[in-house]
Structures are given as structure tokens and as C-alpha cells.
Write a protein that binds this ligand. Structure first.
Ligand SMILES: [Zn+2]
Length: 180
């Protein structure tokens, strides 16, 4: 998805929230407190941006009210979801690693806010990566990393250089994901 398609698709708070709902509750809502699946939608009038937001989910059993962002890095943030989503897009698409100053300019937020967003998103992305496992056809190989070998001077498996194991998942022989 290119930047134009992305910003069109996620142009409103409710579009972002709908997307989070699909990600979070693929098989429908589940109360985080009692695991019940029945809920009522509750509009909170006192919320400043109530009209733009999805209603809260109120569990019919324990009456706990849950918003789709609760328990996520977006919860209680003063930054709108549209900006969070755009930040995630920019970070994921900048292979050299986007700087907080650049992000702050693109999003129109202060430097400290951009810095915080960058760190929260990077942490979330690396946690997601650590849970990801390679699938389909996986090719694994090892190589040795380091300068000139001292000590035994052995090559290959006996070397004193650091061993790096690399795994690549392939789909139709095209690389998909890579772990080192
Ligand atoms: Zn409940």
C-alpha cells in the first residue's frame, strides 16, 4: 500500500479504530476481565471527540467498559490514531530508520512527542518480531562473523569467530522474512 492509499484508508479516527477491532477481536469482542463475549455499545458524551470515535464496549456480565485502544500503546494518548498509524507506516517504510525530527515534521507534533511515539512503536514492532516464527519453506545457513582468526586459526566449525545463524522463509522461492 502506498502512502496515498494508506492515508486515504486511515483518514479518520473511526477507520483506525475499526481496523484495531478487527486485529484485536478477530472472532468478536471478548471482555478482558471475565472473557464474556456479550457486550453493549456505550457512547461517552463527555469524551471531547465522542462523535469521531467508536463507542466503548460494555461487558453484559461484569459491566466493565473497554475501549479498543485499552491495553495498547495508543491508550490515553493525546495524539490521534490517524497520526499514530501514519507514524507506524513511515517507520516501517524507512529502511534507514526514520529520525524523531523527521517524524515530528511529517506529523506536525512536537519533538518530544515524536520521540516517544518512535520509541513506543519500535518497541512494539520488535516485540511483534520476537513472536513471529518462520513458516512455509525455510532455508537455514550459518556463517562466521569476525576479523582475522587468532588462537587456533581454525576455519569453519572450529573457528573462534562468532557464529551467525540465518533463517529465511520462502514463498514461491521469493524471500519473505529473515531472522539472524
Ligand atoms: Zn466482563
Amino acid at each position: 500500500m502506498n502512502l496515498v492509499e494508506f492515508s486515504t484508508r486511515f483518514s479518520t479516527e473511526s477507520a483506525c479504530e475499526e481496523y484495531l477491532c478487527q486485529l484485536r477481536w478477530k472472532e468478536g469482542f471478548r471482555c478482558p476481565k471475565c472473557d464474556n463475549t456479550e457486550f453493549m455499545s456505550v457512547r461517552v458524551a463527555r469524551r471531547r471527540d465522542a462523535k469521531e470515535r467508536l463507542p466503548l464496549f460494555e461487558c453484559k456480565s461484569c459491566h466493565r467498559q473497554t475501549s479498543v485502544t485499552s491495553g495498547t500503546i495508543f491508550h490515553r494518548s493525546h495524539v490521534p490514531l490517524t497520526k499514530w498509524f501514519l507514524a507506524a507506516y513511515l517507520i516501517a517504510n524507512d529502511k534507514r530508520g526514520i529520525a524523531a525530527t523527521t517524524l515530528s515534521q511529517h506529523l506536525g507534533v512536537s519533538y518530544p512527542t515524536a520521540w516517544l511515539m518512535l520509541n513506543k512503536l519500535r518497541k512494539a514492532m520488535s516485540e511483534r518480531n520476537s513472536r513471529y516464527s518462520l513458516d512455509e519453506k525455510v532455508q537455514v545457513d550459518e556463517f562466521y562473523l569476525g576479523g582475522i582468526s587468532h588462537g587456533t586459526g581454525k576455519q569453519g566449525r572450529g573457528t573462534d569467530q562468532a557464529t551467525v545463524l540465518i533463517g529465511v522463509s520462502l514463498r514461491s522461492d521469493a524471500p519473505q522474512h529473515c531472522f539472524m
